[in-house]
Ligand binder design. Structure first.
Ligand code: ZN
Length: 596
C-alpha cells in the first residue's frame, strides 16, 4: 500500500487537447498536478493508449475507425459527434483519447490486483462518450470502460457521478446490467446539457432500480448538494453491496464554474469524496477508482477540487491554507485567463445562505428522498429514518472482507441443501440472538448489517415471522407500525387502514434465501403474518416497487411485480397500483383486520 491514492498522470495526459479556445483545457494539469504534488501526491502511473480490443469492449468498431480518420484528416465531414462545437477533431485525437481510457483501465487493473487500495485519475472521467458517438468533450468513455473491466473480473460495481452534468454515457453503457449501480447527482437536464437524467429514470428490465438520478435545480447551494449526496449514496450503496467503487469528480458543480449553474463549494466536493471513500471501505474492501471530469475554472477551482479528492483517499486532514508558493507560480496565468485571485484556503465562503438557498436545500433533499423511495428497499429507509441504523460511518465490512464477495454471481448451494424449514411465529428478539440470518433474506446485502437492523426492529414493536433451518434464518416477513402517507393513496384504498381499530402495520420486508426460493415459503410467511395481525385486530399494508429486489440476481421488473401481486392477492390483500410512487409499477397491497 502506498501513502495515498495511486495518482494517474503522465506526458500523454496533456495530449487530450480540443483546441486553444476549448473549455476542457489541458492547462488545468499545470496548477492541478502542481497542487497535488504540494499536498503530497506523486504521479505513479502514466497513461498509455488502451488497445483496440479494450476500447471495443464498449465502443463500436466503425466509431473507432471514424475517430482514427478524424485524427489524421481534421477537415473530414463532421459526424459521429465529432466536428465544430463541443467535440472538435484534433491531430492525434484517437491516441490521446485512447490514453485517457488506458489510464483508467490500468488504474482499475492495479486495484483488481490489490497493488493499491485507491487510485485517482484526474484526466479521466469522460462520462458522456457513447458506444458509437462522441459527446460533450468526451471521445472514449474511460469510466464506463473501467467499470466493464471490473465486471469482467466478476465484481459488482458502484459508479457515483458527481459532475454537474448527468453521467449519461456510463449510465447508458451499463443500463442493462444489474451488477452495476450508477448514481448521478447533477444539475437538471431542464437547464443543462445533456438534457437527460431525470428522477423517473431508474433503469430497465432486471436492472430496474440500479440506475439512480438526482437532478437538482439551477442555483442549488453547496449544503443542499451535499445533503442530497448524503441522502442517497450511502444507503443505495448499502442496499447494493458493491465489490468496487468508481467515481467521477467533475469540479463544474462549483459556484464559479462558467458552464453550469449550481453553487457548490470545493469543501462540499471534498466532503462528498470522503463519503465515497467511506462507502468503498465499508462495502468494497476499500477498492476505489476516482476520476476527474468537467471543471472549467482551472485556476481557482479545479486544482483544489482534485487535491481534496486525493486527500480524501489518503485519509489525511485538509490543510488550512493553499501553499503560497503554488499560488505565486500560477498567479499571472490565472490573471491572464480571468480566473484570479487564486484562493488562499481549501474552503469557499459564498456568504450567508439566503432565502433562495434555503428553498433549494429543501427541494434538493426532497428530490433525493424521492429517488431513495424508488430504488432503496423499504426496510432500509425505515431503519435510517427511525434511527436504527446508519448507512454511513464505520460498519462491519463483513461482506466486503469475505472472499465470497469475489465469487461469480449465481450458483449457490445445491438443492439437496434445501432441508425442511420450520416457521417460527412469533419470532422474537431472544430467538434472533440464538440464530444467524442468511445473506439475501432481507436488505442490506451485508448480513451482519441486516441482522443488526432486524434486532433494532424487533426491539421496536416490529412483528416478525421467520423460516428457520438449524441455526439459520432462511426466510422472514417483517412488519412495523405505520400508516400509509399521501391522500391519494388513502383514497385509493377506501380508507381501510384508518378505520381499523387495532391500527396498521406496514410490511417492510418479505424475503427468502436464494436456495430456498420457489418452495412457497414466502406465501407461508405472509399467511402467518396475516394471522398474527388478525389476532391483534390490525390492518396490514405494503408498498412494493423496484427497490424490493435481490441485489445479486434481480428478476425482470415485470416478473417481480407479478410475483408481488400474486403473493399479496393470495393472502387476501387488495392490490392497486400506487398512485404516489415515482415508478408506475409500484403496487400497494392492503388488508383490513380479519375476524378475530
Ligand atoms: Zn480510503
Amino acid at each position: 500500500m502506498t501513502d495515498g491514492p495511486l495518482l494517474v498522470f503522465g506526458p500523454r495526459s496533456i495530449d487530450y487537447d480540443l483546441g486553444p479556445m476549448h473549455p476542457l483545457t489541458p492547462r488545468r494539469f499545470g496548477p492541478g498536478i502542481d497542487l497535488l504534488r504540494a499536498v503530497g501526491a506523486r504521479p505513479g502511473l502514466a497513461p498509455e493508449p488502451a488497445s483496440d480490443a479494450e476500447l471495443l469492449r464498449l465502443h463500436d468498431p466503425r466509431y473507432l475507425a471514424a475517430v482514427r480518420g478524424f485524427s489524421a484528416h481534421l477537415g473530414r465531414e463532421p459526424g459521429w459527434g465529432i466536428g465544430p462545437g463541443d467535440t472538435p477533431a484534433f491531430a492525434g485525437m484517437h491516441a490521446a483519447a485512447a490514453a485517457v481510457a488506458g489510464g483508467s483501465l490500468r488504474a482499475m487493473d492495479a486495484l483488481l490486483r490489490g497493488d493499491v487500495e485507491h487510485a485517482f485519475h484526474p484526466g479521466g472521467g469522460l462520462h458522456h462518450a457513447m458506444r458509437d458517438r462522441a459527446s460533450g468533450f468526451c471521445v472514449y468513455d474511460d469510466p464506463a470502460l473501467a467499470v466493464a473491466r471490473a465486471r469482467d473480473a466478476g465484481l459488482r460495481v458502484l459508479y457515483v457521478d458527481l459532475d454537474v452534468h448527468h453521467g449519461d454515457g456510463v449510465e447508458a453503457m451499463h443500463a442493462d446490467d444489474p451488477g452495476v449501480l450508477t448514481i448521478s447527482i447533477h444539475e437538471s437536464g431542464r437547464t443543462l446539457f445533456p438534457g437527460t437524467g431525470f428522477l423517473r429514470d431508474i433503469g430497465r428490465g432486471a436492472a430496474t432500480g440500479t440506475c439512480v438520478n438526482v437532478p437538482l435545480d439551477a442555483g442549488t447551494s453547496a449544503g443542499a448538494w451535499l445533503g442530497a449526496v448524503a441522502a442517497i449514496v450511502p444507503i443505495a450503496a448499502a442496499a447494493f453491496g458493491p465489490d468496487v467503487v468508481v467515481s467521477q469528480h467533475g469540479a463544474d458543480s462549483h459556484a464559479w464554474d462558467p458552464l453550469a449553474h449550481l453553487r457548490v463549494t470545493v469543501d462540499a466536493m471534498g466532503a462528498a469524496a470522503r463519503m465515497v471513500d467511506a462507502v468503498a471501505h465499508r462495502h468494497a474492501g476499500g477498492r476505489w477508482l476516482a476520476t476527474g471530469g468537467g471543471g472549467y475554472d482551472v485556476y481557482r477551482v479545479v486544482p483544489r477540487a482534485w487535491a481534496l479528492v486525493w486527500l480524501a483517499g489518503a485519509h489525511r486532514d485538509v490543510p488550512d491554507a493553499t501553499p503560497a508558493e503554488w499560488r505565486r507560480r500560477w498567479a499571472d496565468e490565472a490573471v491572464r485567463y480571468g480566473q484570479a485571485p487564486i484562493p488562499t484556503t481549501f474552503a469557499d465562503d459564498l456568504g450567508e445562505p439566503g432565502a433562495r438557498d434555503v428553498a433549494s436545500a429543501s427541494a434538493a433533499y426532497r428530490t433525493a428522498l424521492r429517488a431513495r423511495a424508488a430504488v432503496v428497499p423499504a426496510l432500509l429507509t425505515e431503519a435510517v429514518d427511525r434511527g436504527w441504523w446508519s448507512p454511513s460511518g464505520a460498519g462491519s465490512g463483513g461482506a466486503a472482507a469475505s472472499p465470497g464477495a469475489f465469487a461469480p454471481t449465481g450458483g449457490g448451494p445445491a438443492p439437496a441443501e434445501r432441508t425442511a424449514v420450520e416457521i417460527l411465529d412469533p419470532f422474537d428478539r431472544a430467538t434472533l440472538d440464538r440464530l444467524r440470518l442468511d445473506p439475501r433474506v432481507i436488505a442490506p446485502l451485508d448480513p451482519v448489517d441486516a441482522q443488526a437492523i432486524l434486532a433494532a426492529a424487533l426491539d421496536a414493536e416490529a412483528l416478525a415471522v421467520a423460516a428457520v433451518t438449524g441455526d439459520r434464518i432462511v426466510g422472514l416477513a417483517l412488519s412495523m407500525p405505520g400508516r400509509p402517507s399521501g391522500s391519494a393513496l388513502l383514497e385509493s384504498i377506501d380508507g381501510i387502514v384508518p378505520r381499523t381499530a387495532g391500527g396498521a402495520h406496514r410490511i417492510v420486508s418479505i424475503g427468502v434465501a436464494p436456495v430456498f426460493r420457489g418452495a412457497g415459503i414466502a406465501s407461508l410467511l405472509v399467511a402467518r403474518l396475516v394471522g398474527a395481525a388478525d389476532a391483534r385486530r390490525m390492518a396490514l399494508w405494503a408498498a412494493v416497487g423496484p427497490g424490493e429486489r435481490d441485489p445479486i440476481e434481480p428478476l425482470p421488473i415485470d416478473v417481480r411485480r407479478s410475483a408481488a401481486v400474486a403473493l399479496f392477492e393470495g393472502a387476501g390483500f387488495r392490490v392497486v397500483a400506487s398512485p404516489d410512487a415515482l415508478d408506475a409499477r409500484t403496487i400497494v397491497g392492503v388488508r383490513p383486520a380479519g375476524p378475530s
